[in-house]
Design a protein around this ligand. Structure first.
Ligand SMILES: Cc1cc2nc3c(=O)[nH]c(=O)nc-3n(C[C@H](O)[C@H](O)[C@H](O)COP(=O)(O)OP(=O)(O)OC[C@H]3O[C@@H](n4cnc5c(N)ncnc54)[C@H](O)[C@@H]3O)c2cc1C
Length: 335
């Protein structure tokens, strides 16, 4: 794109992810990110893009959490997420309105949509960003862990617009609700949105843990060292006695002991609990990037050389089979 045309692309957009008439937390976090970037860039308008059916109340909620404008595409064909109809509506709007920056959640839905849209619009995309900033030229600095987390790469999208990034859940915090202001702009959607190559055959909701790891004050996380689903119950009992939530590393997700929303780290959630207890976790960087903002980090590992002890405030070198039941017993005496 010629340099003089880049300035035609203005404003910051956020894709508001919703499922079954409920906005995901990351949608509100993205509005906070957009606000920070807008301040640095001297932008005046933050827009949220909301697709769905019968979701006007969610558009109002976005205005309360910082959007100045909500583009609302309401259509029965958008009630459930499908890649092709969503891509079509989003691309059409981008071509018409020309946003300078477009942020999407680094969730399954956001990652699926962002890559399609970027390819169709012929622009760049940085996936799973852990930090965003604006440089002196007003460009979006998109920070992504690279080479297994050993390097933090800053990526710029210099000759194409919009500058697109997906952002990991938990990197930004949702802002305080404010007096509702801003406008909702209805987006006209072509009547036939269905695509014969795609249809929802069945859908099943993932069973959600009672408390999310991003909100919990105490998180008990387990790793491959737990060894079996049977022993995983020790972590659940420990978390229960501390009023906390259970999370984990990649191997427990692969084993099916936790769900996707419980994985902590580079490609999972970033958490900030008051207390994190890591059990049977080696402490590689891909996991540690997700826990470094915890106030207190405690690690239980039977290998004194485990890397997690370099990050931990408190380390216990022990087989977890010995220490976790003891901890639970002691906690029961206190609470
Ligand atoms: C691109 C990429 C992204 C990734 N993203 C993530 C991510 O977001 N989150 C993530 O977690 N991983 C991620 N990974 C995987 C990551 O590299 C590691 O493989 C994973 O974090 C290791 O998990 P772990 O510590 O549970 O297992 P291991 O490294 O196998 O460690 C198990 C630990 O348990 C200890 N142990 C064994 N038995 C006991 C016992 N009885 N009592 C106490 N301790 C015991 C062992 O000493 C060992 O230290 C990613 C990898 C890649 C390549």
């Amino acid at each position: 794109m010629p340099a003089n045309k880049l300035d035609d692309w203005k404003g910051i957009w956020v894709f508001a992810e919703q499922e079954e008439n409920s906005l995901s937390e990351i949608s509100l976090e993205l509005l906070s990110a957009a606000k920070l970037l807008a301040r640095k860039r001297g932008e005046t308008e933050i827009s949220a893009l909301l697709l769905g059916h019968g979701v006007k109340a969610l558009a109002e909620q976005l205005l309360v959490y910082g959007a100045d404008r909500v583009f609302l595409a309401d259509h029965s064909g958008l009630a459930k997420y499908l890649t092709l109809p969503y891509t079509r509506v989003v691309c059409e709007l981008i071509r018409r309105k020309k946003p300078g920056i477009f942020l999407l959640p680094a969730t399954s839905l956001g990652s699926d949509l962002a890559s399609r849209v970027a390819a169709r619009i012929n622009t760049g995309l940085s996936a799973h960003c852990t930090q965003l900033d604006i440089n002196d030229q007003g460009e979006l600095m998109q920070v992504v862990p690279a080479f297994g987390g050993k390097v933090m790469a800053t990526i710029l999208c210099q000759n194409h617009r919009p500058q697109m990034a997906t952002v990991r859940p938990g990197v930004f915090r949702r802002g305080e609700p404010r007096q509702k202001k801003g406008t909702i702009e209805d987006v006209t959607v072509e009547s036939k949105l269905e695509d014969e190559n795609q249809k929802v055959v069945a859908s099943q909701r993932e069973k959600k843990p009672t408390q999310s790891i991003e909100e919990a004050e105490v998180v008990v996380a387990g790793g491959a060292g737990i060894g079996s689903r049977e022993d995983w119950k020790w972590l659940e009992r420990l978390a229960e006695n501390l009023g906390g939530a259970v999370g984990g590393t990649r191997p427990p997700l692969d084993e099916g002991w936790i769900s996707e929303g419980q994985m902590i780290g580079q490609s999972g959630k970033t958490i900030r609990p008051k207390l994190y207890i890591g059990v049977g976790i080696s402490g590689v960087i891909q996991h540690v990037v997700g826990i470094q903002d915890a106030k207190m980090i405690m690690a239980i590992n039977n290998d004194p050389q485990a890397a997690i002890f370099q990050t931990a405030d408190l380390g216990v070198v022990s087989d977890f089979h010995k220490i976790v039941p003891l901890l639970i017993e002691e906690l029961k005496k206190i609470f």
